[in-house]
Design a protein around this ligand. Structure first.
Ligand SMILES: NC(=O)c1ccc[n+]([C@@H]2O[C@H](COP(=O)([O-])OP(=O)(O)OC[C@H]3O[C@@H](n4cnc5c(N)ncnc54)[C@H](OP(=O)(O)O)[C@@H]3O)[C@@H](O)[C@H]2O)c1
Length: 326
């Protein structure tokens, strides 16, 4: 195990010892993680913030994912490799990488100075992006890729309605759907319409003022080929009539088929993103070529994780929030 020597056996991390609100967050020393032979040790520069982080903090996933306290929060990061396990052949110390690092047991996350993660879940970061931009990508871009290319599988010219296009996942979903040749309707607040248009949306819809189904049906009387739902709940239920009878509804929020889907021909799929270093590597190539661009980002220091979680909880983030760790 070619580990570079660490000056200390401890690192700073943000963690919880019980579920609850942000008053339960601890920002203190934790033991340095040790990489096993399949893992790499990453010195984290930036870590991306996602809605899942406050959901984990508050225990919303406790019946769904195994966990062990203390839990260091955070599921994605960009940084530099400081150690490489014996079985990892495709990375070396000094490589600048990024990763979606969800593990079998929710325990050792990325809101920390160091992170160990399976080498198969890591990719070189895009050369033209900063660490801050790179940290905003892995979880959301993989989610959008898997939802569009593995679940929806659109044909060129398909019409898609993306619910919540200006957020973390939406910022990538619009670009990926655009590259697949889709015509894109997306819901967003008016202040975000220029942002979603710049990413490739054809028809932004102000969901606060308009009935989304009517707005879509005026142009698509039979409905769109696919709804990609990034919001869930009543919003998704209300929007179901906007999809074609033999269309597909993919939700990354709701696990169960919405009760408002009354047509048996309408397909429903829930997507829960899985880590995939190879897919992330393919995405890196697209960022390097400039066919994908990083979302708008807001930076906060790791010491302000509570503020970052409060902000993401409002559900009105444009692009992504990232935490500066180093
Ligand atoms: N299953 C998975 O693998 C997976 C992966 C990633 C995320 N998720 C989940 O997917 C959801 C979205 O994640 P995210 O990272 O994109 O969140 P996010 O960045 O917090 O998304 C915020 C966006 O949601 C929009 N929004 C809020 N309420 C809306 C409504 N009623 N109608 C339309 N748009 C609305 C906001 O739009 P405006 O500000 O323009 O109003 C904002 O741009 C979260 O619940 C998250 O936990 C699941």
């Amino acid at each position: 195990m070619a580990l570079t020597k660490q000056a200390t056996d401890y690192m700073k991390a943000v963690y919880i010892e019980e579920f609850g609100d942000s008053s339960k967050l601890r920002f203190a020393d934790r033991p340095m993680p040790r990489a096993n032979p399949d893992e790499v040790l990453i010195q984290v520069e930036y870590s991306g913030v996602n809605p899942v982080d406050w959901k984990i903090e508050e225990g919303m996933f406790k019946n769904f994912l195994p966990y062990e306290f203390p839990i260091i929060l955070g599921w994605e990061a960009a940084g530099t490799i400081k150690g490489v396990g014996d079985n990892v052949k495709n990375f070396k110390v000094g490589d600048q990488v990024y990763t979606y690092c969800r593990k079998q047991t929710v325990k050792d996350g990325s809101f920390a100075e160091y992170l160990v993660v399976d080498g198969k879940h890591v990719a070189l970061k895009p050369k033209n992006l900063s660490f801050a931009q790179a940290a905003s990508i892995p979880l959301c871009a993989l989610t959008a890729w898997q939802a569009i290319h593995e679940a929806i599988k659109p044909k060129k010219g398909d019409k898609i309605l993306i619910l919540g296009g200006a957020g973390g996942v939406g910022s990538f979903a619009i670009q990926i759907a655009r590259d697949a040749g889709c015509y894109i309707y997306t819901t967003a607040s008016p202040k975000n319409h220029d942002y979603v248009r710049k990413l490739g949306a054809d028809a932004p819809i102000d969901y606060n003022k308009n009935n989304v189904v009517d707005a879509v049906k005026t142009k698509e009387p039979n409905g769109v080929d696919a709804i990609l739902d990034l919001v869930g709940g009543q919003t998704l239920k209300n929007t179901i009539p906007a999809v074609k009878k033999n269309g597909i509804v993919v939700s990354i929020v709701d696990r169960n088929r919405p009760s408002t889907i009354t047509n048996a021909e309408t397909k429903f799929v829930n997507v829960f993103v899985r880590p995939d270093g190879q897919q992330l590597k393919n995405l890196t190539e697209q960022f390097n070529k400039g066919t994908l661009v990083a979302p708008e980002i807001e930076e906060l220091p790791l010491s302000q994780t509570a503020k970052a979680l409060e902000k993401i909880k409002t559900q009105h983030t444009r692009g992504k929030i990232v935490l500066r760790v180093k």
